[in-house]
Design a protein around this ligand. Structure first.
Ligand code: AMP
Length: 199
């Protein structure tokens, strides 16, 4: 069974995250560490980002943050990471996070999380990468997004239904195992369409 060695996680920075989501983020960070998967994330200390990183670090994991200089302030940045890359812009951050990771997972979050998730999925669809993209679907948080993708698919705007594009599971281990075993569908079709110019 193939295994992923690093995962980029997108998740909420808001401190208003509820208990169910905080518990899930902590469990995910712990399992990444126990499976010796390096966590790549946005480098923040707040919200689920902080919970996730703290938990991975506590369990002995390797955690790499990528933060734009605008967020590189003590009130925002996580101070305990093994590696922190400070980059110029939000766009540079997303590009570096993507370069460092073998797969991508979104945990519950807000606009930043959704934007990062949809961008990496779009890059997959046009064949810029062939790495798996998943969501930790805690309490069905991502069901409305999966339904929206299905709706766009039914209207002819997206080649595949939501659950074909996004690997969705409420539990860390099945999610990581399914991601490790799967080549993303969209990339296969469109990669060929653009003449294999991506990875
Ligand atoms: P949001 O879901 O709107 O809270 O945005 C979270 C996502 O945007 C994370 O995955 C980060 O990459 C980025 N982000 C937003 N706010 C921060 C912050 N204060 N510190 C670090 N990264 C952040």
């Amino acid at each position: 069974m193939p295994t992923l060695r690093s995962i980029c996680v997108y998740c909420g920075s808001s401190d208003s995250a509820g208990e169910e989501h905080r518990v899930a983020a902590a469990a995910f960070g712990q399992r990444l560490a126990e499976r010796q998967i390096t966590l790549i994330f946005g480098g923040g200390r707040s919200g689920l980002m902080g919970v996730l990183a703290d938990s991975a670090l506590e369990a002995g994991g390797m955690v790499v943050g990528v933060i734009p200089k605008v967020f590189n302030r003590p009130s925002l940045v996580h101070a305990g990471l093994q590696q922190l890359h400070v980059v110029g812009t939000l766009h540079e951050r997303k590009a570096m996070m993507a370069d460092l990771a073998e797969g991508f997972v979104a945990l519950p979050g807000g606009l930043g999380t959704l934007e990062e998730l949809l961008e990496i999925l779009t890059w997959s669809q046009i064949g810029l990468h062939r790495r798996p993209v998943g969501v930790l679907n805690v309490g069905g948080y991502f069901d409305p997004l999966l339904q929206l993708i299905d709706h766009a698919h039914a209207n002819g705007y997206i080649d595949h239904p939501g659950t074909d594009l996004l690997i969705s599971d409420s539990q860390p281990d099945p999610l990581l195992e399914r991601m490790a075993g799967r080549d993303p569908l969209g990339a296969v079709d469109r990669h060929a369409a653009i003449g294999g110019k991506g990875e």
